[in-house]
Write a protein that binds this ligand. Structure first.
Ligand code: FAD
Length: 425
């Protein structure tokens, strides 16, 4: 992998773009993209696959694996800079697909930090980006991770119900956060936590802001760790905020910008960006690419199996029931990838998502992964249902893609509203 010399501030500038289309949409990958794809595939094949079962069983955060990813530049802000700054927008989904083809639990442990980094890149000032992005990743010798915490026990799909509060103390120029975050990937073991909190409950999600909690801040503690169905190597936990005091400059975007936004909203004007939603919009196609990686892995495994497994004197693939299923699996995966690539290109080139193309890509990719992995179990028969074969793990891993970063129902709600212009409930 070539190393980027960009600073975090330059990453933000490159990622944000200037509103002009930088690359025409094409499905023909450049040599650079093909090289990166091969490089990520090699790591997935040689490091992630052989370790996947062990870490799934352990249900612990795989620090040595993340460190290995950091040593080769796959994990770290230089790597992210390079993936983000590609003008076509395709490098990020290509890398994610390969890594999650390797293993989703380990992949999420490597890419979970990105959600917090995207929030900081998207909403932070250049100074905040320069200060906090490196601290999200640490260095290959001292790897760190970050968490993005929006969800709460009573605020999942309904982000506007966030109850965590942030109150400004003028005397000390500090924010004081109180509340409980739920389901936070890397929550409690992260160096940097990005917290979505309400500064004005009456304004719902328009009164939200995002805050960085610096490492070791008193009053920010891990709560219960969640025991999960899939992506079990990835750490998921509650985060408690108990009179958690942070410096005034930890409000992403700064107080002046927040005050202006709140004033605009109170005058009945539109808020330009809402803290959690802005992060999710930018990350949905990439999350879709992760789901495609899992689906492709299960498809490839079941295709090989179907050619080998003999029943009634012939390989089971010679039965149309099996062969047609595999044909459908491949078609669905390719269709989902096209939607992901389109949305990734649109997002990077600032083409408005007029029909919620980001949500479409995540909806299709998530449902494809769940369906394909379930079919893969069926093709393997009894073996597919055991932990001796990887497709049952892939199926467990795939299911989360119908749930996090907006459930399938919520994606449909977003698409339905976008195409109709109506207030669909
Ligand atoms: C493994 C894992 C990791 C996660 N990581 C993070 C993270 O890092 N940061 C973070 O902030 N959050 C994270 N989450 C939280 C995740 O985003 C939420 O679980 C998700 O948004 C759904 O919220 P909920 O679980 O409260 O479900 P609910 O909102 O309670 O939904 C339950 C069901 O009702 C449906 N539903 C709800 N409202 C409607 C509606 N209006 N119309 C139709 N159907 C509806 C939903 O689609 C779903 O099927 C994670 C979750 C998991 C499981």
């Amino acid at each position: 992998m070539s190393t980027s010399t960009e600073t975090p501030e330059e990453i933000a500038e490159n990622a944000a773009g200037d509103g002009t289309i930088k690359a025409e949409f094409t499905m023909e990958l450049t040599q650079d993209q093909l090289d990166l794809q091969e490089w990520a595939h090699g790591f997935a094949e040689n490091v992630l696959r052989p370790n996947a079962h062990e870490w799934d069983e352990k249900e612990e955060f795989p620090w040595p694996i993340v460190q290995e990813a950091a040593e080769i530049g796959l994990y770290g802000f230089e790597g992210i800079a390079q993936f983000f700054s590609d003008p076509s927008g395709l490098t990020l989904p290509i890398i994610n697909e390969e890594i999650f083809w390797g293993d989703a639990g380990l992949g999420m442990s490597i890419f979970g930090t990105t959600l917090a980094a995207v929030a900081i890149l998207g909403q932070g000032t250049p100074e905040q980006i320069g200060e906090w992005i490196p601290q999200c990743f640490g260095t290959p010798d001292d790897v760190k991770i970050a968490a993005f915490c929006s969800s709460e026990p009573d605020a999942g799909s309904d982000v506007s119900a966030v109850r965590t509060t942030a109150k400004y103390d003028e005397a000390t120029d500090e924010w004081i956060l109180n509340g409980q975050k739920a389901w936070a990937t890397n929550g409690g073991i992260a160096n940097v936590h990005v917290i979505v909190a309400s500064v004005d409950r009456e304004l719902g999600s328009r009164g939200h802001a995002a805050f960085v909690i610096p490492p070791g801040t008193k009053g920010c503690e891990q709560g219960a760790k969640v025991k999960k169905h899939g992506i079990r190597a990835s750490h998921t936990a509650d985060v408690h905020l108990d009179d958690c005091r942070i410096p005034g400059n930890c409000l992403l975007g700064g107080k002046e910008k927040l005050d202006e936004r709140l004033a605009r909203v109170k005058e009945g004007k539109k808020a330009k960006s809402q803290a959690a939603m802005a992060t999710f919009e930018a990350s949905r196609p990439t999350v879709g690419a992760q789901a495609i990686g899992i689906a492709r892995a299960a498809y490839e495994y079941s295709l090989d199996y179907a050619k080998e497994r003999v029943q009634f004197g012939r390989p089971i693939i010679e039965n149309q029931a099996i062969a047609f299923t595999l044909a459908r699996m491949k078609t669905e995966i390719d269709a989902a990838r096209l939607l992901v690539w389109r949305a990734s290109w649109m997002g990077r080139n600032q083409v408005p998502f007029e029909n919620a193309e980001g949500s479409m890509s995540k909806l299709k990719a998530g449902e494809t992964a769940t369906w394909v992995t379930e079919r893969a179990i069926q093709i393997l028969g009894g073996n597919g249902y055991t932990r001796e074969y990887p497709v049952e793990r892939m199926h467990r891993d795939a299911k989360i893609y119908d749930i996090f970063e907006g459930t399938s129902e919520i994606q449909q709600l977003v698409i339905a509203r976008a195409i109709s212009g109506m207030k669909i409930q």
